[in-house]
Ligand binder design. Structure first.
Ligand code: CDP
Length: 223
């Protein structure tokens, strides 16, 4: 477990950016587990599956191969049945539907299994909601990355505009804040593997920190 870095935190906390850049700095593989839940959601949408039918969702998870790798430039590949879907899984419409799959125990069980298998390759930075608590609780390096709701809203807005996922006229800051608040609440209150701060995870409040500072702080713990 010495070569697994585990990071959890809420939406917009900057944990993805931090995880990606820490992985790059250490030549580790960056594994975005949210992207795996998103990829499965994409398949469910493509197949027109009833998102409220837990049996269908469990069956979908069972018959789907998910993997995460990085290309030689450190860019993430999210392989859904061997198709790289990294470019299709960040729309607000899809984001709002991920909770249906993330709330089903049998789906999570399959995800955890795939994630541990990826972890066996070693030298990985994993980020998500249950990495420090469920997937790799024994990992030597555990972090909880947080920021205020206001700061997380601003970051998410900027990100959505920069990546072209929304146009400035599509959504107001207030709407983004509501999206994040709703998702936080679903992630923190679900019955199975809710987002929580593991007691032995290092807590970093990044509200007033630059990305570089967060990366340096995380790396300062890695021996
Ligand atoms: O990047 P962002 O924080 O917006 O979200 P994400 O990490 O891509 O995760 C999307 C959703 O997947 C979360 O809101 C969770 O509901 C779910 N998720 C999860 O349940 N467990 C994980 N390990 C990662 C994500």
């Amino acid at each position: 477990m010495d070569s697994i870095i585990a990071i959890d935190g809420p939406a917009g906390s900057g944990k993805s950016t931090v995880a990606r850049l820490v992985a790059k700095k250490l030549s580790f593989t960056y594994v975005d587990t949210g992207a795996m839940y998103r990829a499965l959601t994409l398949k469910a949408i493509r197949e027109g599956i009833n998102l409220q039918d837990e049996n269908e969702l469990a069956n979908l998870a069972k018959r789907t191969a998910l993997d995460v790798t990085n290309d030689k430039n450190g860019n993430i590949k999210v392989l859904l049945d061997n198709e790289d879907v990294a470019g299709f899984i960040r729309t607000p419409e899809l984001t709002a539907k991920v909770h249906y799959l993330a709330g089903v125990g049998r789906v999570r069980k399959k995800m955890v299994k795939s994630q541990r298998k990826i972890g066996q390759r070693g030298r990985c930075v994993f980020e998500g909601r249950d990495i420090t608590t469920v997937v790799f609780p024994e990992s030597k390096y555990k972090f909880y990355i947080d920021a205020s709701l206001k700061e997380r809203t601003n970051r998410r807005y900027k990100e959505l505009i920069e990546t072209g996922e929304i146009n400035p006229e599509d959504k107001t800051l207030d709407e983004i804040e509501t999206d994040i608040r709703v998702r936080d609440s679903k992630d923190k209150t679900r019955d199975i593997a809710p987002l929580r701060r593991a007691e032995d995870a290092i807590y970093i409040d990044t509200t007033d920190m630059a990305i570089e500072e967060v990366i340096n702080e995380v790396c300062s713990y890695i021996k």
